[in-house]
Write a protein that binds this ligand. Sequence first.
Ligand SMILES: *Cc1c(COP(=O)(O)O)cnc(C)c1O
Length: 397
Amino acid sequence: MSESEAAAPVGGTPIPLVDLAAQHAGLKPELDAAIAEVIAQSSFIQGPAVAAFEDAFAKALGVRHCIGVANGTAALMLALQASGIGPGDEVITASLTFFATAEAICTLGARPVFVDVDPVSATLDPVGVAEAVTARTRAIVPVHLYGGPCDMDPILAVARRHGLMVVEDAAQAHLASYRDGLVGTFGHAAGFSFFPGKNLGALGDAGAVTTNDDTLAARVRALRDHGRAGKYLHDILGFNYRMDGLQGAVLALKLRHLPAWTEARRGLAARYEARLGEMGLMDRGVTPIRPMGEGRGVFHLYVVRLPPQTDREAVQRALHAAGIATGVHYPVPCHQQPALVGLGCGDGAACSPSPGLPVTEDLVGCILSLPMYPELGVERVDRIVASLDAALTATAT
Ligand SMILES: *Cc1c(COP(=O)(O)O)cnc(C)c1O
């Protein structure tokens, strides 16, 4: 065993990337009661539990409408469709995101136009957005990646100048704020995901559309439920994208804890950053991804850039050996996904204005997600940073 390996805090109790069991352990009695109530009501599709959650989530954000749907991908798709996006339309978005962002656009027959991200925040570069607008552009989908709000003012200015719709991808950014508003209230509409691992997570799939626009809200409500105008009367072609009653009940109770969980995440992120500084890792080129100045992130993920020339897989293996799980969000950007090659996006140039997406392509090679969940605790953060220090030293070439 080499000196550096011996110095590493090998072993210790495993630290997962996300720990849903830790969250649910404390909530068990509340969850049981909420689930029992839905069963007692036999109201399994939408129903009063979903309506109550929609109301509570809209109030929490300060937005007129929240429409619960089956998942976050459906939320984005319905928000875009209700915004009038369809075949042949160009939609400007980021390539550094979960694939569902692009998928929602492509499902409607629209074409994603990928714009590069800012290297510090990893969110849409507003200058790139302005340069990507063509005569066919109809919408912008800003992705509040890792829970860090996009720089909305210049993005909204571009949208106003060209009459574009703005549909926020808020799947990772529940309660994130920008200036004096919350993410999900800036665009014409927003899509949220309540996938179990998200900051507000259901016990299965769920999502929501938020909007201040009454007409758009009515369209989403119809589209999620077979385009229904009455029990067996259908005005338009829609989908079965409704939210389950059980998920509505679970989400309503979890929503009450979300502000405290969000503050816990922010505290842990501050601790990570402080320790990375104190241990000299920032001087060695470890750079946390941070929201832009006006934004307050909610750290769905805690992501750092590793120093140039780092062997990321070796660092991940060393951390794994020390009991610490890590991830890469995301290793393959949307414009390089096999599924999008047929759309002419495979070479990175066809769907992206020149000079391509150099920041995105650089980031996917050097980002590393470290464990982040409200119950993580500062002691574990300290152990993770110490282990990262040891891993970087051990794997340095
Ligand atoms: C999770 C996620 C989605 C999709 O949400 P689902 O509920 O999994 O369908 C969309 N965009 C981003 C950025 C996400 O993280």
